[in-house]
Design a binder for this molecule. Structure first.
Ligand code: UD1
Ligand code: UDP
Length: 376
């Protein structure tokens, strides 16, 4: 008897983190894998599926430019329901804290399909930051049947909220599986500017930004800080793979026009981005996933946020929270970019998010949870 497991995802980070699990499900004789993409992201999602060779069974194609949170949620909830009715999965996997993941979890819950929450238990303890992710992850916790927590800290967060301990399994984070599957491959940059930069040996400051709570004035401040850094450090090349969101581009990019030491690119395929991270001197970001990946690459990461739900990376000495103030960003980058012992130089060799074997632990947890029901 095989168990039909449906995985629903919609954005770049979800795609990266579910890919190793989907591959493992496909290879296992115990499971039948059904994949559904909502298409909350379009190009950035397709890029990842292509890299991992995943062809979704269903594509809801919901993305629209300028989509609101309510629109994403409503489209996923309504669009997934008939797919659930047709496929009747034994369980549904969602990942993390996006609108796709919480809406998909709710659609499954309404049909009494057990929800498996991958990357459960992250908490910043500020409902407005990250927004709306802190609320999303807490909502999903309320309706999930199986909580796959990446670390002991996330398990403790769930226990503190009264979650039944028998429904929590610590798995590590599958992003490390994805990273190690990818970073080991020899990848050439598609953009010739990056290939030239790679051989030049110049210092690289890699920057990514997209967080909704930073949209507007705060993100314009990030753009101004980058322009000041470009001026102050002509020997440093700033590389910014720009998120597809026009709100982000409009806030940051106009201020970076005309610098010959700033390279703005389209979102990079994951393999190219992983190579660029390895080549960088410092990474400046507000990304969640990059904070988890950095300890495996031993790269200093300055996080443009006031808080983090990833305290393990800070404790590992790789990540420093620097906030979003323009002045502070300029100072912190200035200190780190030429430092003899930058943040991360003291990092422990073990990544607190795992060793690349998390998807195996996830499959074991699924087997154990459903053993009695399906005599696996
Ligand atoms: C979403 C997630 C966030 C996650 C982030 C990762 C929510 C509420 N937010 O935020 O948790 O950290 O993804 O990047 O679920 N766009 C494109 N092509 C793409 C992707 C995006 O054109 O491939 C543009 C569209 O105009 C879209 C906009 O970006 O409307 C915003 O996308 P959306 O998914 O709403 O929000 P993100 O900020 O990307
Ligand atoms: N990433 C990528 N290409 C890029 C920028 C980021 O593949 O141009 C990867 C990065 O390595 C990480 C993930 O995308 O695994 C993070 O996505 P994002 O920052 O959009 O979302 P978050 O993790 O903040 O939810």
């Amino acid at each position: 008897m095989t168990l039909k497991i449906m995985t629903v995802y919609g954005t770049r980070p979800e795609a990266i983190k579910v890919a190793p699990v989907i591959k493992a499900l496909e290879e296992s004789p115990d499971f039948e894998s059904v994949t559904v993409v909502t298409g909350q992201h379009r190009e950035m999602l397709d890029q990842v599926n292509e890299l991992f060779g995943i062809v979704p069974d269903h594509d809801m194609n919901i993305m629209s430019h300028g989509q609101t949170l309510a629109q994403i949620f409503a489209r996923v909830l309504a669009g997934l329901d008939p797919i659930l009715e047709k496929e009747k999965p034994a369980a549904l996997i969602v990942q993390g804290d996006t609108s796709t993941s919480t809406a998909a979890a709710l659609a499954a819950f309404y049909r009494q399909i057990p929800v498996v929450h991958l990357e459960a238990g992250l908490r910043s303890r500020n409902i407005m930051s990250p927004f709306p992710e802190e609320a999303n992850r807490k909502l999903t916790t309320q309706i999930a049947a199986l909580h796959l927590a990446p670390t002991e800290t996330s398990r403790a967060n769930l226990l503190a909220e009264g979650i039944d301990p028998t429904t929590i399994v610590v798995t590590g984070n599958t992003v490390i599986d994805a990273l190690l599957m990818t970073v080991s491959k020899d990848v050439a940059f598609t953009d010739p500017r990056l290939e030239h930069l790679a051989v030049s040996g110049r210092r690289i400051l890699l920057v990514t930004t997209h967080r909704r709570e930073n949209w507007g004035g705060t993100m314009e401040g990030v753009g101004r800080a980058l322009a000041r850094i470009a001026r102050a450090f002509p020997d440093v090349e700033i590389v910014l793979p720009a998120h597809r969101n026009p709100v982000v581009r409009d806030a940051v990019l106009p201020q970076l026009d005309g610098f010959n030491n700033v390279t703005v690119t389209e979102p990079l395929p994951y393999g190219e981005f992983a190579r660029l991270m390895s080549l960088s001197a410092v990474i400046l970001t507000d990304s969640g996933g990059v904070q988890e990946e950095a300890p495996s690459l031993n790269k200093p990461v300055l996080v443009m946020r006031e808080n983090t739900e990833r305290p393990e990376a800070v404790a590992a000495g790789v990540v420093r929270l620097i906030g979003v103030d323009e002045e502070r960003i300029v100072t912190e980058v200035g200190t780190q970019i030429h430092a003899r012992r930058p943040v991360g130089a003291s990092a422990r060799s073990r990544n607190p998010y795992g060793d690349g074997q998390s998807s195996k632990v996830v499959l074991d947890a699924l087997r154990r949870s459903f053993r009695e029901a399906f005599s696996l």
